[in-house]
Design a protein around this ligand. Structure first.
Ligand SMILES: Nc1ncnc2c1ncn2[C@@H]1O[C@H](COP(=O)(O)OP(=O)(O)OP(=O)(O)O)[C@@H](O)[C@H]1O
Length: 237
């Protein structure tokens, strides 16, 4: 079975006000899927549906048995009174991580993401990019089966972006499946195996870049060309 199977017939924030319709897809082990679409298309709503956060959901979200996930929200969220180390300790306690293993991994991650000197500070006092990096570390420490990541690139400097991409690559190699929403289309085109292109709450195209090109009738087009065609309803000029 897939790591995750999402069959969303309809979802919305209020009764009788459907925001997304007929979004069906799965995430396989080792796959990185790009969730792409213009502002307001329904990407975050799709993610919230998967996480069980939508008030109105008609559909089935099936996680493979015993598989866990990490969710990285678009806007970082931290506990006001906990330092980054205390966040790591808290997650380790909740997830039942082995002390020695997670502390070693935490140190490596803090070092790689250049947050070691700030590990005993409150993440709410960090810069935007530091907060984003802290959220990524908190998701990576768990080594989950699935990552659900809402726009990871905002605020990351080029080194942090490269580092994040290599962390994700290592996690895929381990067998994790990743759903990542982003507007950074050139990077998505380069790193994702498959794409879900959402427009006005519906799946306008899905598949590999080649399959998306065929669905858009844009042989040789870039992901941006396909996005533009779908978002504007006309050919890329
Ligand atoms: N909490 C909410 N209550 C009511 N409507 C909402 C809520 N959040 C989002 N919406 C509506 O749902 C629609 C889809 O929004 P969503 O946040 O899923 O878009 P998105 O594709 O993630 O956009 P962006 O690229 O701007 O993050 C929009 O029309 C938005 O106004």
């Amino acid at each position: 079975m897939s790591l995750l199977k999402a069959s969303i017939n309809k979802a919305g924030y209020e009764i009788d006000k459907t925001i997304i319709h007929d979004i069906h897809f799965s995430i396989e082990s080792g796959e990185l899927i790009g969730l792409i679409g213009p502002n307001g298309a329904g990407k975050s709503t799709t993610i919230k549906s998967i996480l069980g956060l939508m008030a109105e959901l008609d559909g089935i979200i099936e996680f493979k048995k015993d598989k866990n996930y990490s969710y990285v929200p678009e806007r970082p969220i931290f506990y006001d009174e906990l330092t980054l180390w205390e966040h790591l300790d808290f997650i380790a306690a909740v997830e039942g991580l082995v002390d020695r293993d997670y502390k070693k991994k935490a140190k490596e991650l803090l070092d790689a993401y250049k947050l070691t000197d700030h590990a005993h500070e409150l993440p709410n006092t960090y810069s935007k990019g530091m907060q984003q990096k802290a959220m990524l570390i908190l998701s990576l420490i768990v080594s989950p089966s699935i990552y659900i990541i809402d726009e990871p690139f905002i605020g990351l400097d080029p080194n942090a972006m490269k580092l994040f991409l290599s962390s994700i690559e290592a996690e895929r190699t381990r067998g994790a499946g990743i759903l990542m929403s982003t507007h950074v289309l050139d990077t998505a085109e380069r790193v994702c195996d498959r794409f879900l292109l959402i427009h006005q709450g519906r799946l306008a195209a899905q598949g590999t870049l080649d399959e998306i090109r065929q669905q858009c009738n844009l042989p040789g087009g870039s992901l941006y060309d396909c996005f533009h065609l779908i978002a504007e309803g006309k050919d890329y000029e």
